[in-house]
Design a protein around this ligand. Structure first.
Ligand SMILES: [Cu+2]
Length: 133
């Protein structure tokens, strides 16, 4: 009985997380992201912008309909051995299907790694992130 119950719970949780690249548990919101250009790690003289498409949708919505999201900001962030920092501001454009194009992402190659952070635009707290490989 206990095993059956665990199986049911597991099945349900797998369904609701099915296509989530990142899950915001507090708001039960899925974040799906796709690089449409890059990511480019630029050496000193280069200046190739990267582009990312981000879609937010309710984790329980199997149709994965895009939600409008003014509260979350995309912030590229570099973590170095002795310091952390951002880069120039990105440009956010809402697309026709309700997802967002994040453009002019400028990533420089340096000692450390970049991550893409999803931050609360009111207080800059980090809600989710992924490491750029
Ligand atoms: Cu740096």
């Amino acid at each position: 009985m206990k095993a059956l119950l665990s199986l049911i719970i597991l099945t349900f949780s797998m369904q609701s997380f099915a296509d989530c690249d990142l899950l915001l548990e507090d708001s039960n919101t899925c974040i799906e992201y796709t690089w449409t250009n890059g990511p480019h790690l630029n050496s000193r003289a280069e200046r190739n912008f990267s582009e990312l498409v981000v879609k937010y949708f309710d984790a329980d919505d199997t149709s994965e309909t895009a939600l409008e999201n003014d509260l979350i900001k995309v912030l590229p962030w570099m973590i170095m051995p002795n310091m952390e920092h951002g880069t120039r501001p990105v440009i956010t454009t809402q697309l026709e299907d309700g997802s967002y194009l994040i453009s002019e992402i400028l990533l420089k190659k340096m000692m450390g790694y970049w991550e893409i952070r999803f931050v609360d635009s009111t207080d800059d707290s980090v809600l989710a992130s992924f490491k750029i490989q």
